[in-house]
Design a protein around this ligand. Structure first.
Ligand SMILES: [Zn+2]
Ligand SMILES: [Zn+2]
Length: 320
């Protein structure tokens, strides 16, 4: 069995086992493009630094991108657990189909996600993300702004996709379901990534994938128009952006969810918090550390979001 000791030093070509820790564990964008870099000695690592620098930096950015994605997703889930607009009856896998049953007659009152609806973490996440693909990029925009400046060459663009769920999805019969999906496209120098924070509603486990790979698996091509950029993701004023979505998608079902007045107040409350919660330094700090340390920080921040929004709902009289 090959071990890391059989690897070749990136500088002198001898056997080496000292791995560059800066880029270790980076995700692949193309097959085999994130292999670890190994040196035989500290001396060779020093000498090989200039040559490795560019690649190391690039791979490190991927690691950070994945962390940003995780953090944003955990935030959205925490937020939705407190403010859930659907009177959901069940979420289950039935014969390989992801089934959501909910009462479409009930008004869009925001309530905590029902405890004990399911023990399955993935099903719960799927339910929490129903109809959120357009709302989520707006909700997180002030938060995203803190983290994405770390990638200067990065731009964010929002696309509409036709998707083939990896797991067939069945909604309550009464609801007409249009399988459109909105994700973020993140450009990292010469590579593009699909950031899909709400994909669990279609059974997608990945929240970040290389752009091409994502499209290949999930985009049902119905002519060029079915892949539609609905505007740059400016991460600017959230309500301005949402209004733009209304304008562009006015005829789409499910939009009623955003029209809930409480939801608008709640978003603004969350966003005011998100704006002041981090600065460039503390945003960078949050993304640092070992995987365990980062996990802990994500959990703590999700808890903070939950507490914030719970307090908000306790003091807010819902507007019908
Ligand atoms: Zn060497
Ligand atoms: Zn490296």
């Amino acid at each position: 069995m090959p071990t890391s000791t059989e690897k070749r030093c990136a500088h002198c070509g001898k056997e080496g086992s000292k791995r560059c820790l800066g880029c270790l564990g980076a995700p692949e964008h193309q097959l085999g493009d994130a292999g670890e870099t190994v040196y035989c000695s500290k001396d060779c690592q020093e000498k090989g630094r200039a040559k490795h620098k560019y690649r190391c930096k690039k791979l490190k950015k991927r690691i950070i991108l994945f962390r940003v994605g995780r953090m944003l997703k955990a935030t959205v889930l925490a937020y939705r657990e407190v403010l859930f607009p659907i009177n959901i009856k069940s979420v289950e896998l039935r014969n390989g189909t992801l089934c959501f049953d909910y009462d479409t007659q009930a008004g869009p009152e925001l309530v905590p996600f029902p405890e004990g609806l399911t023990d399955d973490k993935n099903l719960k996440e799927a339910a929490l993300m129903i109809n959120q693909c357009e709302a989520v990029p707006h909700l997180i925009s002030p938060l995203a702004r803190h983290f994405f400046p770390a990638f200067k060459p990065m731009a964010l663009i929002r696309f509409d996709l036709d998707v083939i769920p990896v797991i067939p999805v069945q909604m309550s019969k009464e609801l007409e379901w249009d399988p459109m999906h909105t994700i973020l496209k993140v450009i990292l120098k010469d590579e593009s990534w699909a950031l899909d924070l709400t994909g669990r509603q279609y059974g997608y486990p990945e929240y970040i994938q290389p752009w091409g790979q994502y499209l290949e698996k999930k985009w049902r091509k119905r002519g060029a128009a079915s892949l539609q950029c609905i505007g740059p993701y400016r991460m600017a004023d959230e309500m301005g952006d949402l209004d733009e979505v209304f304008r562009l998608t006015a005829a789409r079902p499910g939009i009623w969810i955003f029209r809930n007045a409480t939801d608008r107040f709640a978003r603004r409350h969350f966003q005011a918090f998100a704006k002041s919660r981090f600065n460039e330094l503390s945003a960078k700090e949050l993304l640092r550390g070992t995987d365990e340390e980062f996990d802990k920080k994500v959990g703590e921040f999700a808890g903070e979001v939950k507490a914030l929004m719970t307090k908000f709902m306790q003091n807010f009289e819902q507007i019908p």
